[in-house]
Design a protein. Structure first.
Length: 253
């Protein structure tokens, strides 16, 4: 069975590939696609795979732009909340929650195999249902995060957060007032919550558009960005993500 992975984070894609092959060594990963543009080109010139594992939000758009014309079952890989995940499942398309495990991947593959013993159905209709649902989830995003600080719990407005940073395996946030708190969520989870005013510039940083002062070109067509709150290192963006970042910076999401 041939599988295509659609995932713009290379480390996540590599981890998923290894996890799939650990779950079933007979499966072949025929391609890892990291952008909408690459996906459209790949599917336009290659035979369709048997199954797709796909993230939802890529650096240059949503994976639905790739999947819309395909009649291939998809297992979505997402960090969205339980409500959204149950709804994805109700539409007949399976999901695995990030961070995934060998067990969660194995369960998803077993569901796919059970599904294909019967009738897969109209996959394009399923994509449209999930696309509408994803739009609804994005619209219903909360305006605040609950912060546990010492012996208190309080709501912090997402608009007051300049950036999130992963350091030594722990995510902390910095507000525009330069206060630091710990949200108790992964960057993948936060990316699904905070909305389009934030951009995942790399594996360590999720940055508010209002925190960005400027961007500069550096070697290998990468970008470095300056922000208006203290950071301990240069914040860089890969050449692959740079075009999507610049488009997002203008407000065109």
């Amino acid at each position: 069975m041939n599988i295509v992975i659609i995932e713009d984070e290379w480390l996540t894609a590599d981890d998923l590939m290894q996890t799939i092959q650990e779950a079933d060594p007979s499966l072949a990963i025929t391609a890892i696609i990291k952008s909408v543009d690459e996906g459209v080109r790949w599917f336009g010139s290659n035979p369709a795979p048997d199954l797709i594992f796909s993230d939802i939000q890529l650096g240059d758009g949503l994976s639905f732009e790739i999947l819309a014309g395909q009649q291939v079952p998809v297992i979505f890989c997402t960090a969205y909340d339980e409500y959204a995940l149950h709804a994805f499942n109700a539409n007949g398309i399976d999901y695995i929650l990030k961070p995934f495990t060998k067990e969660s991947v194995s369960r998803a593959l077993a569901k796919y195999k059970n599904l294909t013993r019967g009738k897969v159905g109209d996959i394009s209709t399923q994509y449209e249902s999930v696309r509408r649902l994803f739009s609804d989830v994005r619209a219903a995003r909360p305006s605040s995060l609950l912060i546990h600080f010492k012996d208190t719990i309080f709501p912090l407005k997402i608009a007051d957060i300049a950036l999130f940073r992963l350091e030594h395996g722990i995510v902390h946030l910095t507000t525009f007032e330069k206060k630091i708190y710990y949200p108790g969520k992964s960057l993948d989870e936060l990316e699904g919550v905070v909305g389009d005013d934030f951009f995942r510039v790399n594996r360590q940083y999720l940055v508010n558009r209002s925190a960005i002062v400027n961007a500069s070109s550096i070697l290998s067509r990468k970008l470095s960005i300056s922000v208006n709150v203290p950071v301990s290192e240069t914040v860089t963006i890969s050449k692959e993500k740079a075009p999507a970042f610049l488009k997002w910076l203008t407000g065109a999401v």
